[in-house]
Design a binder for this molecule. Sequence first.
Ligand SMILES: [Zn+2]
Ligand SMILES: [Zn+2]
Length: 353
Amino acid sequence: MGVQEFKCPGCGAKLKWDAAEQKMKCDYCDNTYDIATLEEFEQEENSAPVEEYAWDPYNAPGEVTGLKTYICQSCGGAITVSDDSAATSCPYCDSPVVLNNNVTGMLQPDLIIPFTKTKEEAQNALRKFCKGKPLLPPTFVSEHRIEEIKGLYVPFWLYDCDAAGKMRFDATKVKKWSTDDFDYTRTEHYMVIREGEAGFADVPVNGSDKMEARYMEAIEPFDVSAGKHFQQAYLSGFLADKYNVDSVAAQPRANERVKNGMQELLRNTVVGYDTVNTKTTNMQLNTGKIRYAMLPVWVLSTNYRGKIYKFAMNAQTGKFVGELPVSWRKFWTIFAAISVGVGIIGTLLQLFM
Ligand SMILES: [Zn+2]
Ligand SMILES: [Zn+2]
């Protein structure tokens, strides 16, 4: 075994034994340290971060049968309807859909949140959203278009777990003062460690890649406690998306959301420093339970010049998100009108000069 060397935690220089102080001392930054403290410090710094996410395998309660499935020719989305109503266009990309004659079942959700916001409420929200935007192409505000809004059950995985986290931070406290001759800066370095446990309930992850996560995360949260035991009757009159991201494929996003939540909880307890940098995060998650849910969304997708613009509304809370195109023809018309106005004023000014 070689002689153990310690580096200064403050500046990285090699430390020397100081017989007078009975401590390890740094010649460069003048700090002194107990050996026990240095050992503890190095042990922490060299420990590899651990991330373990253990989710129970998902077991579906059953299948829903007797549904009609429509396939979108453009994006491949699979939309089911439970009654005789016919789907005409894809709720995700506005392309035509065709009936798939192979009868297929659909995974039965563990819970379903029924629609509470009506079609009229969704249409009113969309009208309000479009109002006062003079550059919108006229097709967007037409009543015919707004009539096309669709009630869609979007598949979701809900993740419940207990998690333990540990984070290490480099933090500093900086003090500055001056005398007549010198300016002084004293920087104190801290290794800050936080550990904690937290339970996460119903962390939602999209079960369909047809509905972009940024839309769904923008209209969260859904109150899962209002979820009902699944009955096929809830599907009547609405479309339902078949999931195409299974519970295993969705797990990385669940892990990330749990980790982000844990990091925020722990980070928020580190106060009183001038700078704080996260060095490592350990995450251990166990007894993770997964449920499958269908969440209600009013959605209108419009294909305008090859780009899809979506409006999505949480049909439980009314929270909505949307993207609208700009009609450049309208822009140039308005711009030209302003230029003409300026031109006339310019001419008038010249006359009076
Ligand atoms: Zn040093
Ligand atoms: Zn589509």
